[in-house]
Design a protein around this ligand. Sequence first.
Ligand code: NAD
Length: 260
Amino acid sequence: MNGQFLRGKRAVVTGSNSGIGLGIAEALAGAGAEVVINSFTDSPEDHALAARLAKEHGTQVRYIQADMSRPDDCRALIEQAGGCDILVNNAGIQHVARIEEFPAAKWDAIIAINLSSAFHTTAAALAGMYDKGWGRVINVASAHGLTASPFKSAYVAAKHGVVGLSKTTALEAAGKGVTCNAICPGYVLTPIVENQIPDQMKTHNMDRETVIRQVMLARQPSGEFATTGQIGGTALFLCSDAADQITGTTISVDGGWTAL
Ligand code: NAD
């Protein structure tokens, strides 16, 4: 791969002012892509982050506010970006509760942000990719797109849905120079995971380190978190020529979780 092989390509990464989305945005900007980062907030920090990435990587980086729980915002994000060659559907939230106690509003929000947003942005982006005869749709699913855990009903349902949407997108895009795949990370230590630690400490009556080792990383045979840089590198590979014929599949970055 030429170090700047994405010069001239525009990437939109949803939910990218922190964590995995930010790692992917940095990887794409590092390869020369023009990048649009996004979240539902519109703070000076969001715009400062875009300016920092632009300066560090010598490419254009814009921040566009759009709430991925709203279908119109999802479509407007692609329009305001001016279309994109690379679409990374990454925005996601989590809520942990048993089904009988799972708030209906949380179910709806998780399905909207983690699954339906990917449908709306993809629907808005595909025609432009077809016109150019090249495109990449990369959906950030999860090990929970392939396996389940108790108390994560909405998240597991949404992520399985993302894997299904990726396969259908790949089939419709086949032969048009456009691929679609789902990256399935295991645990990555980002805010979405940090926020689960206090509850898990209470539920299991354990200290932080024990929760990390015995509850979270118990699913991950490597015994290590995956990193945002590794997920960024995987997205970058999916954008390369080597991945031209990789479509409609999942790539696990999970330390062996799904091999168990
Ligand atoms: P994170 O909380 O750091 O990132 C979530 C991102 O989504 C943030 O940028 C947040 O601002 C954004 N977001 C949330 N609600 C939004 C909305 N309504 N509109 C627009 N943006 C919104 O967590 P993360 O770990 O980086 O998660 C990113 C993705 O990776 C998610 O889809 C998550 O399910 C997935 N994932 C994470 C892990 C992990 O262990 N961290 C594992 C597998 C999959």
